[in-house]
Design a protein around this ligand. Structure first.
Ligand SMILES: [Zn+2]
Length: 471
């Protein structure tokens, strides 16, 4: 049983999907006009991990995960004007970068990635419906949602009216009936990107995009709506108001899941503060995507995550250690299948995606595996004494399935240590030699041993693997 913290009720509660054969999750995706930073990467990694957990629990095809691409927005228009290109040049470029950067962090593409510019029809239809029901009105080429028309407005953020008006950073606009009203549609003049609508040529506001795409692709009520903490107000509050008012009071989402910020020093990492670090530049510096993913998962998703060089170095050291242990058992590691085994980290992840606890458990499992290197030794496993071989047979499958759930340790130790430090390079050679021996390529195996000996490194074979020492 998965338990999730639901922002709507401010507590953890059991996750019970409406239909466990078709669980629906929507996460607000990127506005594609610049390179994603680590703060943007956090929800991508967090909800990728949640998607893995749901698929493990309910079945590979149980989840429809939608993450939108906002490809019409005033910041995109400004970037396009600055470069003197069509907005699509900007959006295609940065969507490609986004997918590359997230791919490097082990984030699988969502099931559906609806693009705002491809969904203008459903947005106009929803706005027309809201106007018809008296929840929206036209004024000077704009269509605005009437906040006072929705008595339940504010249910997610629990803000009082003054905080709402101040927090919305509402532009002073003479055509608004109420300062809290927000834009559903706005006019496009001159060469600015736009579409024909009942209110003239224009473009959608940001909030309506998610409401309309959720309805079009997932339905009126979804299981999980996710995003960063900063989206609770006004974005998610506005999505709730639009969808509920357009759908006769049916709730938009059954669970609201929000991730915390990434902090740089004492400030939130944000483009407007100019203190961003991007996965692209960290990868460029030689860090692995896997290291960044582990660093992002090292804090609980609802807590703030302090992004420091030390945190990245710590994650790399952890992965070095884990890959070294796996390298020592590489033959067996490849042979054991994890199908049907219960991941050791399942309990921790099922408890509101407790990734720090999951990392601790995985570390304990790998440490226990490292102790089975002594052949014939008996190992304490749980409350039993078992032989090294028995312990390996139990530990390796649960380690493999745990690693898959967390989206780490998916490569071979050789790939990991390639270009790494000296000890890593030796471990990589040991794995390469074990593979050669397994393939009965003894010439290669002997060559590797001799090359290492020439560097003063002696290999010692035993029943449970190969160790090395300096001469
Ligand atoms: Zn959204």
């Amino acid at each position: 049983m998965i338990r999730l913290h639901d922002t709507m009720v401010r507590e953890k509660r059991p996750f019970v999907p409406l239909n466990s054969q078709r669980i629906t999750m929507y996460v607000c995706g990127p506005t594609v006009y610049g390179r994603a930073h680590i703060g943007n990467a956090r929800p991508a990694v967090v909800f990728d991990t949640l998607a893995r957990l749901i698929r493990h629990t309910y079945g590979e095809n149980s989840l429809v995960y939608a993450r939108n691409v906002t490809d019409v927005d005033d910041k995109i228009i400004a970037s396009a004007e600055a470069e003197g290109v069509d907005p699509s040049v900007i959006t295609e470029r940065y969507e490609r970068f986004y997918l590359e950067d997230m791919g490097a962090l082990g984030v699988a593409p969502p099931t559906i990635a609806p693009h705002a510019t491809q969904e203008i029809g459903p947005m106009i239809a929803m706005i027309e419906r809201l106007v018809g029901l008296g929840h929206a009105y036209e004024a000077e080429g704009h269509v605005l949602f009437s906040v006072p028309s929705d008595p339940d407005y504010g249910v997610l953020s629990r803000r009082d009216r003054d905080a709402m008006v101040a927090g919305a950073r509402v532009e002073v606009a003479p055509y608004k009936r109420d300062p809290a009203d927000f834009v559903l549609w706005k006019p496009s003049t001159g060469g600015v990107i736009g579409w024909d609508s009942p209110w003239g040529r224009g473009r959608p506001g940001w909030h309506i995009e998610c409401s309309a795409m959720i309805q079009a692709h997932l339905g009126e009520t979804i299981d999980i709506h996710g995003g960063g903490l900063d989206l609770i107000f006004p974005h998610h509050e506005n999505e709730i108001a639009q969808s509920r008012c357009a759908h006769s009071g049916v709730p938009l989402a059954r669970y609201w899941v929000h991730n915390g910020f990434v902090d740089m020093g004492s400030e939130k990492m944000s483009k407007s503060l100019g203190n961003i670090v991007t996965p692209a530049e960290l990868l460029e510096k030689g860090h692995r995507g896997e290291t960044l993913r582990l660093a992002l998962l090292s804090a609980h998703y609802r807590q703030p995550l302090a992004w420091t060089d030390e945190a990245v170095a710590q994650s790399k050291a952890t992965l070095d250690r884990w890959y070294r242990i796996i390298a020592a058992f590489w033959d067996a590691y490849q042979e054991y299948l994890d199908v049907g085994s219960k991941p050791a980290v399942l309990e921790a992840l099922s408890d509101d995606l407790n990734t720090p606890q999951a990392i601790t458990v995985l570390n304990q499992q790998l440490t226990a595996l490292s102790l089975t290197r002594i052949p014939g030794a008996t190992i304490r496993h749980g409350d039993r004494e078992v032989s090294s071989e028995e312990a390996q047979a139990e530990l390796i499958p649960t380690i493999k399935s745990s690693a898959r759930l967390l989206g780490i340790l998916q490569g071979s130790p050789i790939d990991w240590f390639q270009g790494g430090d000296e000890a890593g390079a030796i471990e990589a050679k040991i794995v390469e030699r074990a593979e050669a021996k397994k393939n009965r390529d003894f010439a290669t195996a002997d060559r590797i041993r001799d090359e290492l000996r020439a560097e003063g490194i002696l290999l010692e074979d035993s029943a449970s693997g190969t160790t090395w020492r300096r001469e």
